[in-house]
Design a protein around this ligand. Structure first.
Ligand SMILES: [Zn+2]
Length: 697
C-alpha cells in the first residue's frame, strides 16, 4: 500500500489510472482527488480506511519537513507545516459534518474509534522534538526574515502552538506538565460526571393536578410521559433544562419553584459522593501550576494571551466598566419587578425562584406579542432570498442555486457564489430542516477552507445547518422571529468563511480568536430589526403585505426587556470565572466563600446558603470556557459598536461594508483582532452602542 499513498499525494491523474487498474474494487472515493465532497459515492465503511490513510500521508509530509537537509526556512518549515495534513483535514471535515447532520449508529461508532487516532496524531506532532527545533530556528530568525504581517502571524501562532504545550521545557518539567494534563482531564471528566449524576438524582414527582397551575400544556404532557416511562402516576419534573426552565418560568406554586431552584443550586455542593468542591479547588490549582510552569502569571494570563482581550486586566476593566453602567438599570428593573410581584401576589422579598416567573408575567403584560402573528411574514424562501439580497447590497455577492453538486441528503441546497466581475467566490451549502440523524441547533461549518497555494486562490466550501420549521402539505415553511435571527447569525459566520482571502488555512475565515469569532455572525442579526432590510423580504406569504413596523418595534423592545439584570447576571459569571483563574488559588479553602466575594458587586437576590454556582459551573470546569466566559458580553459590545457605524452611515452604505469586508471578513486571523477592528472602525470598540441598544442609557 505504500506506493498508493505516495501516488495519491502527487494528485496526478495518471497515477490514479494506475491504481484503478491495479485495485479495481478498492477505490475509496475519499482517497481520490475531488473538488466538492463526493457524498453520493461515500459509504460509511470508507471513512476508517480513508482517515487511517490520510494520517499516514500527513505523517509522511511531516517527516519530509523534519528530514529536509536544507537549513530551516519559512518556506520549507513554517509554510510546509501549515500545508501538511490537507487531505486529512478534508476527509475528517466531511466525516464530522456528516456525523452532525446525517448520522447513524454506524457513523457514531466510527466517530468513537477515530477520535483517539486523531488526538494521538496531533499529540505526536506536538511532541515531535526535531520538528519543534526547526520551527524554533525559524522563529528565532523572524526579525531578519522580512516577513509580511500574515507570515509573522503564522510563524508566531505555530511556535506558540508548541511552546504553550511545553515544547521549551526541560524533561523534568515536561513530565510534570504531562502529569498535570492527565490529572486535569481526569478531574474535569469527574466534575462533569458528578454534575450529571446530581442532575439525574433529583426529580419532582407530582400527583395533584392543582400543582401544575400555570404550566403550559406541552410541558405537562412531557412530565406525564416521563412519569409513565417510570411506571408512576402523575407528573415528573427534572433538573434537565427543557423541564426545569419552564417550571421556574411558569409554575404558580411558589413552594415548588423553591424546591426545584434549591435542588438545582445544590448540584455538586451536597455532602455525598458527587460533591465537586474538592474538584474545583484541585482544577484551579493545577491550572495555575501549569501556567506557572509555562512562564505565565496565572491561568487567565495563559488563556488570554491568544484572545482579542489579551490580558486579565483588560477583561476586568471591560467587565467593571460595563458593570458600572448596567448596574443602575439592573437595580431599577429589580425594584420594579419586586413591586410588580408585591402588587400581584403580595410577595415581600423577591427570591431567586421568583425572578423568571414574575419577569415572564411582566413581559406578557408589557409586550404581548403572539409569535403566530409574525410567522406568515417569514416564509423561509423569502428570508433566504432576503439574506442573499443583503449580501449583494453589502458585498456584491450573487448566489445561484445549482443542482450539479453532490450532497449528503436531498434536502440540502447548493449554491455557486460569485462576486464582482463574476469571479467565483465559494460553494455554499444550506441544510434547513430537522430530521432523524441531525443534531439540534444551528451551525456553520466548512468542507474546504480558503487558501493560496502555488499562486492559486483555492476558494472555500461553506455550509450552514439549521433545524427550522418544516413545510407541510398546506403551508410553506414559516419561520419564527428567533429562527430568522438564527439564519442571519449562521449566514454571518458563512460570510466570514466565504469572503476569506488569506494565504494560510490556519489563519483563514473563522480561524480567529474566540472572543472575535462571533462578530460577523452577531452583527448581521442587526439587519433583522431594520425597516430597510425587512422591506426586502418580510412579506406576508399569502397577501404579499409588508410586515407592520409596530410588530418590529415590539420585537425590538421585548428583546431588550430586563437587559440590565441579564447583563449583571452574565457579568457575574464572567467575574466569577476570572476570580478563579487570575490569581494564585493555593490559599483558597472555601469554594462558597470565594464565590460570595466574587458576587459581591453583582448580587440582586438574597444568597441561598445551601447553594453554590461553581460546583456545577460546567462551562469553566468541564468545557473549554475557563477565563473565557466574558466573551459572551465582549462579542455583544463588538457587534453593537460595529453596527453603530452602519447605522451612522446607512445600513447598506458601501463604504462601511467595504471596510468591514476588507479589514474583518476577508482577513481571518492574519493579524491581531484589535488591529483589524481599529482599521475598520477607526477606534477601539466602546460599550456605549450596546448600552444604547439594550436601553440601558
Ligand atoms: Zn455563532
Amino acid at each position: 500500500m505504500n506506493s498508493l499513498r505516495i501516488k495519491i499525494l502527487n494528485r496526478s491523474g495518471a497515477f490514479f489510472l494506475l491504481i484503478l487498474k491495479r485495485n479495481p474494487c478498492k477505490m475509496n472515493p475519499l482517497l481520490q482527488h475531488f473538488n466538492t465532497a463526493p457524498f453520493s459515492k461515500i459509504t460509511a465503511k470508507d471513512y476508517k480506511p480513508a482517515i487511517k490513510e490520510a494520517i499516514e500521508i500527513a505523517k509522511k509530509e511531516i517527516d519530509a519537513i523534519v528530514q529536509n537537509t536544507s537549513a530551516p526556512s519559512f518556506e520549507n518549515t513554517t509554510e510546509a507545516l501549515d500545508f501538511s495534513g490537507d487531505k486529512l483535514q478534508r476527509i475528517s471535515s466531511i466525516f464530522f459534518n456528516v456525523n452532525a447532520a446525517e448520522t447513524s449508529d454506524e457513523i457514531q461508532k466510527i466517530a468513537k474509534e477515530i477520535a483517539p487516532w486523531l488526538s494521538e496524531f496531533s499529540n505526536d506532532i506536538m511532541l515531535n522534538a526535531p520538528l519543534f527545533e526547526r520551527v524554533k530556528t525559524v522563529y528565532e530568525q523572524r526579525k531578519n526574515l522580512e516577513l509580511n504581517p500574515e507570515q509573522q502571524m503564522l510563524l508566531e501562532k505555530q511556535y506558540k502552538g508548541f511552546s504553550r504545550n511545553g515544547a521549551n521545557l526541560n524533561n523534568t518539567d515536561k513530565t510534570s506538565l504531562r502529569k498535570i494534563d492527565a490529572q486535569l482531564s481526569q478531574l474535569s471528566l469527574q466534575f462533569g460526571e458528578n454534575v450529571l449524576a446530581e442532575t439525574n438524582a433529583f426529580e419532582l414527582h407530582l400527583t395533584n393536578s392543582t400543582d401544575l397551575a400555570g404550566l403550559p400544556e406541552s410541558v405537562c404532557e412531557a412530565a406525564a410521559q416521563l412519569a409513565k416511562q417510570e411506571g408512576k402516576e402523575g407528573w415528573i419534573f427534572t433538573l434537565d433544562f427543557p423541564s426545569y426552565i419552564p417550571f421556574l418560568t411558569y409554575a404558580d406554586n411558589r413552594e415548588l419553584r423553591k424546591k426545584m431552584a434549591i435542588a438545582a443550586g445544590k448540584k455538586g455542593f451536597q455532602d455525598n459522593a458527587f460533591n465537586n468542591e474538592e474538584n474545583v479547588l484541585q482544577i484551579v490549582n493545577l491550572r495555575h501550576q501549569r501556567a506557572k510552569l509555562l512562564g505565565y502569571k496565572s491561568h487567565a494570563h495563559f488563556v488570554l494571551e491568544e484572545r482579542m482581550a489579551e490580558t486579565p486586566e483588560k477583561v476586568f476593566s471591560f467587565s467593571n466598566d460595563l458593570l458600572a453602567k448596567a448596574k443602575p438599570a439592573a437595580e431599577k428593573e429589580f425594584i420594579h419587578l419586586a413591586e410588580f410581584a408585591k402588587k400581584r401576589d403580595g410577595i415581600d422579598q423577591l427570591e431567586k425562584w421568583d425572578g423568571a416567573y414574575y419577569s415572564e408575567k411582566l413581559k406578557k403584560e408589557l409586550f404581548d406579542l403572539d409569535q403566530e402573528l409574525l410567522k406568515p411574514y417569514f416564509q423561509l424562501e423569502n428570508v433566504i432570498d432576503g439574506v442573499f439580497k443583503i449580501a449583494k447590497n453589502l458585498y456584491d455577492l450573487v448566489f445561484e442555486e445549482v443542482f450539479d453538486i453532490d450532497t449528503y441528503h436531498p434536502d440540502v441546497k447548493t449554491y455557486r457564489v460569485t462576486g464582482s466581475n463574476n469571479a467565483f467566490v465559494a460553494v455554499f451549502y444550506a441544510d434547513f430542516h430537522p430530521r432523524k440523524g441531525k443534531r439540534n441547533g444551528a451551525w456553520m461549518t466548512s468542507y474546504k477552507s480558503q487558501y493560496v497555494k502555488e499562486g492559486i486562490n483555492e476558494r472555500p466550501h461553506v455550509s450552514i445547518v439549521c433545524n427550522f420549521t418544516k413545510p407541510t402539505d398546506t403551508k410553506p415553511s414559516l419561520l419564527t422571529f428567533n429562527e430568522v435571527t438564527t439564519l442571519f447569525h449562521e449566514f454571518g459566520h458563512a460570510l466570514h468563511g466565504m469572503l476569506a482571502n488569506t494565504h494560510y488555512t490556519s489563519l483563514s475565515g473563522t480561524s480567529v480568536p474566540w472572543d472575535f469569532v462571533e462578530l460577523p455572525s452577531q452583527v448581521l442579526e442587526n439587519w433583522c430589526y431594520e425597516k430597510e432590510a425587512l422591506a426586502l423580504f418580510a412579506k406576508h406569504y399569502k397577501t404579499g403585505e409588508l410586515i407592520p413596523m409596530n410588530y418590529v418595534e415590539k420585537i425590538k423592545e421585548s428583546a431588550s426587556f430586563h437587559e440590565g439584570m441579564q447583563t449583571l447576571r452574565q457579568l457575574s459569571f464572567g467575574l466569577l470565572d476570572m476570580k478563579w483563574h487570575s490569581e494564585d488559588p493555593s490559599k483558597i479553602t472555601s469554594v462558597k466563600a470565594l464565590e460570595n466575594e466574587a458576587f459581591a458587586e453583582t448580587q440582586l437576590y438574597p444568597d441561598v446558603p445551601e447553594n453554590c454556582m461553581s460546583t456545577s459551573f460546567s462551562h469553566i470546569f468541564q468545557g473549554g470556557y475557563s477565563a473565557g466566559y466574558y466573551s459572551y458580553k465582549w462579542a455583544e459590545v463588538l457587534d453593537a459598536d460595529a453596527f453603530e457605524y452602519f447605522l451612522e452611515k446607512g445600513i447598506f452604505n458601501k463604504e462601511v461594508a467595504t471596510l468591514f469586508k476588507e479589514h474583518i471578513l476577508s482577513k481571518g486571523g492574519t493579524e491581531k483582532p484589535m488591529e483589524l477592528y481599529k482599521r475598520f472602525r477607526g477606534q477601539e470598540p466602546k460599550p456605549e452602542a450596546l448600552l444604547k441598544r439594550a436601553g440601558l442609557v
